[in-house]
Design a protein around this ligand. Structure first.
Ligand SMILES: [Zn+2]
Length: 105
């Protein structure tokens, strides 16, 4: 059996390479709207963050998201993302745990 390749992506805040599914995708839609994409299926330009509030804060501080999305991310967008980030954190962590359990089968 061939070992399955795990797609790696880089967290824009801490620059660590991580498996794609342990990162949160932030996407800028063609209309310019920035939002969190838990499904990984939204179209637009994406940036990845570890599912950690610390990294989100770092990305805010050094404007890593602006650079990764190649668009200025306004303070109100960061505020919205911060709320969404906290809201999805639990769901994100539990889905990640679920995926790991599935992988054992
Ligand atoms: Zn990170």
């Amino acid at each position: 059996m061939k070992p399955r390749k795990i797609p790696l992506r880089k967290c824009v805040a801490c620059q660590q390479m991580m498996p794609k599914k342990s990162l949160i995708r932030v996407v800028r839609s063609p209309e310019g709207e920035v939002s969190i994409d838990l499904t990984g299926k939204k179209s637009g330009r994406g940036a990845y963050l570890c599912g950690q509030v610390a990294c989100f804060k770092l990305a805010h501080k050094n404007r890593a998201l602006d650079r990764a999305l190649k668009a200025p991310v306004g303070p109100e967008v960061y505020e919205q993302l911060a709320r969404d980030f906290l809201a999805v954190e639990e769901e994100f962590i539990s889905s990640r745990d679920r995926d790991e359990e599935d992988g054992d089968e």
